[in-house]
Structure formats: C-alpha cells, structure tokens
Write a protein of this length. Sequence first.
Length: 369
Amino acid sequence: MEALILIDVQKGFLKNSLGKRNNLQAEENMLKILDIFRKEKKKIIHIQHFSRDEKGLLFKEEDREFQNGFEPLRNEIVFQKNVNSAFIGTGLEKYLKDNSIDTLFIVGVSLPHCVSTTVRMASNLGFDITLIEDATISFEITDYFTGEKLSPEDVHRYNISALNEEVCKVINTEKFFNNYWLVRRFYMKTYVFLADGFEILETFAPVDVLKRCGAEVVTVSTEKDLFVASSQKNIVKADIMLSDIDYKTADLVIIPGGYPGYVNLRENKEVVDIVKYFLDNDKYVASICGGPTIFSYNNLANGTKLTAHSAVREEIEKNHIYVDVPTHIDGKIITGIGAGQAINFAFKIAEQFFDKEKIDEVKKGMEII
C-alpha cells in the first residue's frame, strides 16, 4: 500500500533569515500531490518538527504551525519529532507496518536535513521510496572548506544525486503526474473468489470487462482444488488457490452470488478475514446478488447502503440499509442486485479505476454504445 509523507511543511521555514532557497514552486507542487492523494483516498502522513532548543527554528509555537493549505485533515495522521529522522522517537515505523504500507512518496523541507535523513532511514528499514525532488526545498549553506555560500541549487543537486538510485527513486512532479501516477492510476489487480455454486454471469461479466480495460484479474478457488462448480454445474478451473494469493497486493476483491456459492463464501473464515482487511484498509470490495450478505452475516460495514437480490433483502436490512437499485456504491463498497445487472455491475467497478476514455473504448468494442 502507498502513502504520502509530508515532512516539516511548517511556517518557520518561511523566514527570510534562512537565506536563499531553490524550488520556489515546491509548495505548489506539494499541494498538487497532496490533493491527488486526498482524491484517491490514500494514506497521508504529516511530520511536524518540534525544536527542543529555545534558539531552534521550530521552537516557538507559531513557527511549528503547518503552512497554510497543509493543515492535516481529520483522517490524516501527524507524527511529531525532535530530530532529523521522522522514525526516531515516533510511531511512524509501527504505523506503516501495522497498515501494510510499503511504498512511500516523500516531499517536504528541507532536503539536506530531515528529508534526506528520513529517506535514508526508510530505505534501511526496507520501504520502497519515491522522492519528488521539485516538491522539496534546499537552502544555501556555508561551504566548510572555503567559508563561502553554496547556492541552494548546488546543495539540492548534490543531495539528490547522492540519494538517486542508491537510496530511492527520484522523479519530479511532472513525471509523477504524466508518467508514474497515470500508469498506476490505470492499473489495478483484483481477486475474484469462487466457491461451489457460484453464478457464472455475476462472476465472469466483471472478469471480462476488467480484463478488457487492462486490469489484472485472478480467479481464486476456495475449494479443495482449482476446479469449482457453478450453480449451473459447469466446471471452471480457477487461476490460483486461496492459500496461495498475496491479497495485500490487490486493489479489489469480488464476491459473486449464486446459490449456494455466496453462502459458502460468507462462511469461509479466510475469505471473511480478507474482506475485513480490505474494509479496514480503505480498499474496494464488490459483491452482487446474494454476495452482499457476507457483510450482514459477519457484521461487517454495518450501516452502509447495499443493494442485493430481493430474496436476501430482509437479511441485508438487519444491519444495513437496503437500496432497491441495479448497482450502488457506498464508499469503497460496490454492490449489484443480480445476474441481470452483471454487465452494469462490471462497469460500475471499472469506473472506479479507469477513465471515461477507456470505459467508452471498451463499451464500443462490446457494442454497448
């Protein structure tokens, strides 16, 4: 899972006494990156420095405050530190590991000090790091050997060169948006769980549509071997066994309907634990027909709005709000009413991961538009 770490974007660094700086557009770039992480509902971590020394740059309360526009939202975590590394004396490492975060995008102030120290330590701890260089700031410093000022551009170039490839991947904001982020935005991986008695249409409509969009789609057997029988007694060979998947790498899991398939899935503890993990980590879960009873049967996501087959409406309404519509989205939970809406359900899923141009391209290829 990915997270954005913003380091020390505080008012104390706006002081003229710090001298010349580079990347005058850094704050603007940081805000653009912060905005996309918020829109994508990805993890955001703010690091705030508290100087212990009364003469320290970030000792006074007004200097410790976050710069305008960088104030953390209620769901964004803040770690306060007293040294250069954001990992020393904080709960950052534990938080990242507890939330299965292994990929870090890092921006902030200042590059030669807290940013580079944090990047190096994150690398030593085994995290995959991307440093967005023009969303960081360097100030001029005094050359130890000559006593003359080193320009902020030189300081920045030396530090970035020392970090690149050896410690982390370095990109700029333009590359983040135009290359790296778009590639990741339009790639997704999903696991589709199969149990004896699954409904073919509800399973393979999403499989087909998502594959046409370019997604990696993996069917998962929850039975004793790869061969799973549909509710119509067709035998299908799944791609992988449940015990062999690395579910934390996926963006979505799908729980199809079909009787008794959906019953078998909702009573499978391993499947339920995976669904719970996805809910707890703000990842997508999609389910159709009788499949959404996995939520009501296991007391998951109580109070959310779900659609499902009318035959299970009463069960859904015990802990959830039933909505009588073909498809519905509540947060990261996508539900469909039944087999007759399987294609609509599939595109409702695809729309969460792919842009309109790709969706329309696939629909045209399927003669839908």
